[in-house]
Write a protein that binds this ligand. Structure first.
Ligand code: PXP
Length: 237
């Protein structure tokens, strides 16, 4: 079974655009769960342009499925995560001003750093996933530094899917087989949508979780949040 974790960054972005509490992020997270989401993901960035650091304890208090916090493991991020103890921390090497995550870890160059950070998180009982481009050497590196899971960066897959889906999914499938062999769990995220999700799931063995924000929230404008979540779940079943 592949779990659907809904990334609610876009809800926070909408709220922040007017300064009040509409939409109410906490209520939306509760509703996502009621509508079938199997996890809630947030990606606080240093400029707090969507999720604010102060949102995290409020969400931690109400999420009953799986709480996943993504981000670059700066000292501030580590503090936030260690204080709030989500079920999972997804480490992403994104630059402070990045529009969105667009690259995975080089688990070889950053071996020592990742080993230390991952050990700290795991000691606190937090599962650790590493955002990765689908390259075998980085999967092997992720195992070496002690990650529990990897999250494949699916942005390039989503782009290439439109003209050559077999080629697009091939490196993900290869790396998934390697991850399965080495005992790493597999997540995926970025630009997954109602068109490319089912094919991804069918071709990536052992896909444990997808986290989806942008397309799902955009679809919710047309279909409503309950329907949008159900439609994504249907792609995974
Ligand atoms: N995974 C990571 C690491 C991300 O940074 C994001 C975007 O915040 C996602 C998944 C979800 O991507 P999207 O919003 O395109 O569904």
């Amino acid at each position: 079974m592949t779990r659907l974790s809904v990334n609610i960054n876009k809800i926070a972005l909408l709220r922040n655009s007017r300064g009040g509490n509409l939409p109410d992020l906490v209520q939306v997270a509760k509703d996502c769960e009621e509508f079938g989401a199997e996890g809630i993901t947030v990606h606080p960035r240093p400029d707090e342009r969507h999720i604010r650091y102060a949102d995290v304890p409020e969400l931690k208090a109400i999420v009953t499925t799986e709480f996943n916090i993504e981000g670059n493991p700066t000292p501030e991020f580590m503090n936030l995560v260690l204080k709030n103890k989500p079920h999972q921390a997804t480490l992403v090497p994104d630059a402070p001003g990045a529009l969105t995550s667009d690259n995975g870890w080089d688990t070889i160059t950053h071996e020592a750093f990742l080993k230390e950070i991952i050990a700290e998180l795991k000691d606190a009982g937090i599962r650790v996933s590493l955002f990765l481009n689908p390259e075998e050497k980085y999967v092997e590196g992720a195992k070496k530094v002690g990650a529990d899971r990897i999250e494949f960066y699916t942005g390039p897959y989503a782009h290439q899917f439109n003209f050559d889906k077999e080629q697009a999914v091939a490196p993900h499938r290869r790396c998934a087989l390697l991850a399965n062999e080495t005992g790493l769990g597999i997540n995926a995220g970025h630009d997954l949508n109602l068109f490319n999700l089912r094919f991804y799931k069918e071709n990536v063995p052992g896909l444990a979780e997808v986290s989806i924000g942008h397309a799902l929230i955009s679809d919710a404008l047309y279909y409503g949040l309950r329907n949008a979540i159900q439609m994504y779940l249907r792609q995974l079943r």
